[in-house]
Design a protein around this ligand. Structure first.
Ligand code: SF4
Length: 361
């Protein structure tokens, strides 16, 4: 049992750093290795590209059933194509019929041997019913060596200060075999086995844009464990924003969601404390705010200063009377968050309190 978790986190941070700093070179190596295994590889820039490459795989002119077991679903997929029918994960799991297309999102890729790692995929039991398996892998979710992955998986499964490996890990190193239900011989002993057509999509989705920024680049270390979201008071109350979502999805964009989060974040720093790969999320948010605010007037920069000082002020206010007016002023636009903060009897930035609440809910 490794005791010093901070040491492991530092090592994980270094592993991510080494990959991200030389990402292009590693991606090219990975691409070659995967192709050597007989899996088609496509580089896709955004949802539109993804939609197009998936549709190119449709063999029939009509009635291609497709199931998305992925958070990345091209929003205009339906409107653009009438040749398919989407079916839910539940339908796929309960049906004995074959389906034409299944889209899953991989968690990691290993550069050294070109393997693709899927964690906790409910549809994995259906792979034998699928004609075309489409695997999406975000381009920052690779590790250089197998041993790197072991360490990250150890950190990935974090629960109440104890760490363990995920139990549901599927490793794909070649197209999976599809066993035909029809026996090839009369004695029923042999069955026809064909490889499932397997496509890997290396998905950019704005990642290369983040990579260009030497500071925000650290957000690409993320291994999608979800811990920052679990301890985020804003997410708990709004169910809308998580710290890593802010940093990675709204980068440089002054859209409504970004501005809402900037208004609501308490900059409490809980996310920094739990991140297994030591991403300084609060600092990244502030940097991102600064980039956006710098595009604007001096007046807007004064707003930024207010954001900076919000956390330190809140930590210092012990007087309930002042606290009441302070939070009212800063969070008046979000009633749920305002009520939540006002009801806190213990110090607001108390991560243990927040974690035990999460556990009990
Ligand atoms: S940023 Fe959040 S989701 Fe990503 S590794 Fe850190 S805690 Fe996990």
């Amino acid at each position: 049992m490794i005791q010093d978790i901070q040491y492991i986190k530092t090592k994980a941070n270094l592993i991510r750093h080494l990959f991200i700093e030389d990402m292009e070179k590693h991606l090219l190596t990975f691409d070659q290795k995967v192709k050597q295994h007989g899996i088609s590889v496509e580089w896709v820039e955004n949802e539109d590209d993804l939609s197009t490459v998936i549709q190119d795989c449709f063999e029939k002119q009509s009635y291609n059933r497709i199931c998305f077991d992925s958070s990345i679903i091209p929003s205009d997929f339906k409107e653009k194509n009438q040749r398919f029918k989407t079916i839910s994960i539940e339908e796929v799991l309960s049906s004995s019929d074959n389906i034409e297309n299944l889209v899953v999102e991989a968690n990691f890729g290993i550069v050294e041997d070109g393997s693709i790692i899927l964690l906790n995929k409910s549809t994995k039991s259906c792979f034998n019913k699928v004609e075309n398996l489409h695997i999406i892998l975000k381009i920052n979710n690779l590790v250089i060596k197998k041993s790197d992955l072991e360490l990250l998986l150890y950190l990935y499964q974090y629960e109440n200060n104890s760490y363990q490996f995920p139990t549901d890990v599927k490793i794909i190193t070649a197209p999976l075999p599809k066993v035909s239900s029809k026996p090839t011989y009369l004695d029923n002993q042999s069955y026809e086995v064909n490889p499932i057509k397997t496509y890997l999509y290396l998905y950019d989705g704005g990642i290369s844009k983040i990579l260009e920024n030497p500071i925000l680049r650290e957000s690409l270390f993320c291994i999608n464990c979800g811990r920052c979201q679990q301890v985020c008071p804003v997410y708990k109350q709004t169910q809308l924003f998580s710290p890593i979502y802010l940093v990675t999805n709204n980068c440089f964009e002054e859209n409504q969601r970004t501005m809402q989060l900037f208004k609501n974040t308490t900059l409490c720093g809980n996310c920094n404390d739990v991140c297994p790969v030591l991403i300084p999320l609060t600092d990244l948010m502030l940097t991102e705010m600064q980039i956006i605010k710098n595009k604007h007037s001096r007046e807007k920069n004064i707003d930024l200063f207010k954001f900076y000082s919000k956390r330190s002020k809140m930590n210092k206010i012990n007087n309930r009377f002042f606290k009441y007016f302070f939070v009212k002023k800063h969070f008046k636009n979000n009633k749920r968050l305002l009520n939540y903060i006002q009801q806190q009897k213990l110090p607001f930035f108390n991560i243990e309190n927040l974690q035990s609440k999460t556990k009990n809910e």
